[in-house]
Design a protein around this ligand. Structure first.
Ligand code: ZN
Ligand code: FE
Length: 238
């Protein structure tokens, strides 16, 4: 049995510790301290660090954690020069299978050229980093509109019961953008009620579920690249 623990890091980042009560891996450790605290509390041995991309707010905990736990760092082969401490370079669509930890990676460029998502297919958990957020998608730093549109189109093909674990708590601000441009969306209105309640109570709005995102996330609803491009530009200035 695999469990996912959500760890709040920095101002609005999420890292995720995935474990079987003994061994653990961590996705995108923004900083080492909160991860360490959780590992110690649950008495877990950290075996792997998984990075979705090279930005500091996703890799800054790498070296501390590697030193302490002698764990291995996993990332995309094209980013081997810019993921600190990388040990295992995976290729697009490669499956990693080690004990209880089994996942497949997908190259999803757009936010960065080497961004990947981690799919734990047995659990239907998808770790989307800064590609797909709840109710939005990542900014285009290195990729084109077409790159991101294609990456999101790929995610749309996953089972709609897939749980989406993203890299940031941006959901409320994203909801405000979505409702402005999609004012009659009843599914979105309902989702905003629950998001607002969670935020007030200090509870993460993540994970979200793909079937809700398909109905509410205006970037996933965009049917063509023109619409997507217009929305992405509007969001950058929102
Ligand atoms: Zn980023
Ligand atoms: Fe980020």
């Amino acid at each position: 049995m695999i469990k996912v623990e959500t760890v709040k890091c920095l101002k609005d980042n999420f890292s995720y510790v995935i474990h079987n009560n003994t061994e653990a891996l961590v996705i995108d450790p923004s900083e080492s301290r909160p991860i360490n605290r959780l590992l110690e509390k649950l008495k877990l041995k950290l075996k792997y660090i998984l990075n979705t991309h090279h930005h500091f707010d996703h890799v800054d905990g790498n070296s501390d954690l590697k030193e302490k736990y002698k764990c291995k760092i996993i990332g995309f082969i094209d980013d081997k020069k810019r993921i600190p401490g990388i040990d295992i370079c995976l290729e697009n669509h490669e499956v990693f299978n080690e004990g209880d930890f089994k996942f497949k990676i997908y190259h999803t460029p757009g936010h960065t050229s080497g961004h990947i998502c981690y799919h734990f297919f047995d659990q239907k958990n998808l770790f989307t980093g800064d590609t797909l957020f709840s109710l939005s998608c990542g900014r285009l730093f290195e990729g084109t509109y077409e790159d991101m549109f294609k990456s999101l189109s790929l995610i749309k093909t996953f089972d709609e019961e897939t749980l989406i674990y993203c890299g940031h708590e941006y959901t409320l601000a994203n909801a405000k953008f979505c409702i402005k441009h999609d004012p009659n969306n009843e599914h979105l209105k309902k989702k905003i009620v629950s998001i607002t309640e969670n935020i007030k109570a200090g509870i993460p709005t993540i994970p979200t579920i793909l079937k809700e995102e398909l109905k509410c996330n205006i970037f996933l609803k965009a049917e063509n690249i023109e619409t997507f491009t217009k929305l992405r530009d509007l969001k950058d200035n929102f």
